[in-house]
Write a protein that binds this ligand. Structure first.
Ligand code: GLN
Length: 476
């Protein structure tokens, strides 16, 4: 509850969407400063319970006067992998413990230009290496639904921040599933965008040919609103798109009749947890009722996805992390944690003379095959639906000592990064153990509008998204 500006109105802003909160601010029921204060307090409380943030701000960084801006006064958080001028950016590694950037990441600059107000920088696996946030050099983020479980990773703090309504939205980063997996584990929405749709400038690089920047939120419309602000060309990122216009909100209500949804048989095997499969199947049935045609498809190179991804990602990260040599960013390389060391060693090996052809080059060839699987599939179907993860959230410590088991959590997400296409993770119910299940809607290059439209229709039609409401209620 907050005190309205200059009057006695008490306004409950808990759980409000961007559109609702903007309306309250515009009508002067509550001021941006009061909204910020409210979320800063919530962030602190929930951080103490769950380990969500690496850095929280004590005061708002700017005053928002222009209430017409698309995100005027909307509080948000960002994974601590984005450069924020004068505010430290650690990538959850001790190597960058004292690194204060001199410039802003493009995504951050665009958000503050649009009136959004930063509340804090969230915890993650160091350098984005992981699927549970247990590889953070600072703390473990606990799952808001059950604190014995992981929040997912690597953007675990981001998902927990949004799920507990500590912030209204968050910017995560997805190289092999890091937005979608924690979104699924915490019961919120997360969008992995087409490679190049959002500028990577000022993002601490993990694997540059796979890294993507995307929003996490609690309504599809909020994801669309944020995406409209952050998408688009940036002269500082040579891989950013040249597409000029981005309209995601306008098409949310379009009819989805006549749509063909593909379900890849390789993503619905016996290896998938029974509850996860059931929730996804039930959701596919909803689409059937909404007039969509469901078709089984095959993505035959799925079995090579994990090895291909971990060869490419470790090769690229060993090259990207070479810059932290103790000279320009302070501190020294001895501060790299065990997972980062493992990946640097693996990547240096696969790129070394004599092994390059055998590993890295071969992985690049399989990358093309995986991409072709999707190209083929999109000749037959409009979108693809699949689980995000083979299991719901697992217990803290369960996989921490077995890197291979941890890598396997990414089996359903990494192919999408390898192909560079978009995928939206949405909540589709709970397991018998009361943990959220996520489904991903995968589209062809730059078809984010279609994914958001399809998810929005589902959101309007079903009670599945009640998961979001239920999750955050515990933190009211
Ligand atoms: N879990 C995957 C990895 O460890 C993905 C991480 C990410 O998307 N940043 O590489």
């Amino acid at each position: 509850m907050v005190q309205g500006e200059g009057c006695k109105t008490i306004m409950n802003i808990f759980g409000t969407s961007i559109t609702q909160l903007r309306e309250l601010i515009k009508q002067k029921k509550v001021s941006p400063a009061e909204v910020w204060e409210y979320f800063a307090k919530r962030s602190k409380l929930n951080d103490e319970k769950l380990g969500i943030f690496i850095t929280r701000l004590n005061t708002p960084l700017q005053k928002v006067d222009n209430l017409e801006l698309p995100l005027a006064g909307i509080p948000f958080s960002m994974k601590d992998t984005y450069n924020t001028k004068d505010i430290r950016t650690t990538a959850a590694s001790k190597v960058l413990e004292n690194y204060i950037p001199q410039y802003n990441a493009t995504v951050y600059q665009r958000l503050i230009n649009a009136g959004a107000m930063l509340v804090g920088k969230t915890n993650c696996d160091a350098w984005g290496h992981g699927s549970s946030t247990e590889n953070s050099d600072y703390k473990i983020t606990k799952n808001p639904w059950n604190t014995e479980y992981v929040a997912g990773g690597s953007s675990g703090g981001s998902a927990a921040a949004v799920a507990t309504n500590s912030t209204v939205f968050d910017i995560g980063e997805d190289t092999g599933g890091s937005i979608r997996l924690p979104a699924a584990f915490c019961g919120i929405i997360g969008l992995k965008v087409t490679y190049g749709l959002v500028s990577r400038y000022g993002c601490v690089a993990y694997a540059s040919s796979l890294d993507t920047v995307g929003p996490m939120a609690t309504t599809v419309e909020d994801v669309a609103i944020v995406l409209e602000v952050i998408a688009g060309n940036d002269t500082y990122d040579g891989t950013s798109t040249s597409i000029k216009s981005f309209e995601y909100k306008k098409t949310l209500n379009d009819s989805i009749e006549g749509l063909t949804i593909g379900v890849p048989k390789e993503y619905m095997t016996d290896g998938i947890d029974a509850d996860v499969r059931s929730r996804v199947e039930e959701s596919i049935d909803v689409y059937r009722k909404l007039g969509a045609t469901i078709k089984e498809i095959s993505l035959p190179h799925t079995k090579y996805a994990i090895s291909t991804y971990y060869l490419l990602a470790t090769s690229e990260t060993s090259s990207n992390l070479a810059r932290y040599d103790g000279i320009r960013y302070g501190y020294n390389r001895a501060a790299f944690g065990p997972e980062a060391m493992r990946r640097i060693m693996l990547g240096s090996y696969t790129l070394s003379a004599g092994y390059y052809d055998q590993y890295y080059k071969k992985a690049l060839k399989v990358r093309t095959k995986i991409h072709e699987d999707f190209e083929q599939a999109f000749k037959e179907v409009d979108v693809i639906a699949a689980p995000v993860s083979p299991t719901p959230a697992f217990k803290i410590g369960e996989k921490a000592s077995d890197p291979l088991q941890m890598y396997l959590s990414d089996v359903l997400t990494v192919s999408i990064n390898i192909a560079g296409i978009p995928s939206l993770s949405i909540p589709v119910g709970l397991t018998s153990n009361n943990l959220p299940v996520g489904m991903q809607l995968i589209g062809n290059h730059f078809e984010e509008a279609k994914l958001l439209n399809i998810a929005h229709q589902f959101e309007q039609e079903t009670h599945f998204f009640d998961v979001i409401e239920k999750g955050r209620k515990k933190y009211e």
